[in-house]
Design a binder for this molecule. Structure first.
Ligand SMILES: [Fe+2]
Ligand SMILES: [Fe+2]
Length: 144
């Protein structure tokens, strides 16, 4: 398995969990929604950690591109982290409208972010980095 396959699979898993969260919120199943959102947040944060702690530093070192795509990706991760905090708050307050509206912003941000990674950053990483070693290292952090 290469970097692209490994990390793209994690994007799909997170998307699928979020789709279920949205369904729960729409059905007013607040308790389940909260539980599932926690899982979504944990998976997403673990995925970000794999990229920020393992992939991006190696990418920067091997390609010499330091102020490029990895900086943009880190910034977008922070935007996503902030949105997830606000969504958690909205869930706690059972504020459906606020939650769904923040969720829409998050999904737009994440879809565009993931597309850039899947089309540019991951293929470049597979080209310049030791794919197998990277996948092993990222796996050591846990499973999304
Ligand atoms: Fe990312
Ligand atoms: Fe990613």
């Amino acid at each position: 398995m290469n970097i692209s396959q490994y990390l793209t699979e994690e994007h799909r898993k997170c998307d699928s969990v979020y789709a279920d969260v949205e369904k729960m919120v729409n059905e007013g199943e607040w308790e389940n929604a909260e539980k599932l959102f926690k899982e979504f947040k944990e998976k997403t944060l673990l995925h970000f950690q794999k990229e920020e702690d393992i992939l991006f530093p190696e990418f920067e070192q091997k390609t010499g591109i330091v102020m490029g795509p990895t900086q943009v990706m880190r910034m977008e991760h922070n935007q996503a982290r902030e949105l997830m905090e606000r969504m958690e708050e909205a869930l706690k307050n059972k504020n459906k409208e606020e939650f769904l509206s923040l969720g829409e912003s998050l999904m737009i941000l994440i879809q565009q972010h993931n597309m850039k990674e899947e089309q540019i950053l991951y293929p470049m990483s597979d080209q310049h980095l030791d794919s197998e070693e990277m996948v092993v290292k990222m796996s050591e952090l846990g499973e999304v």
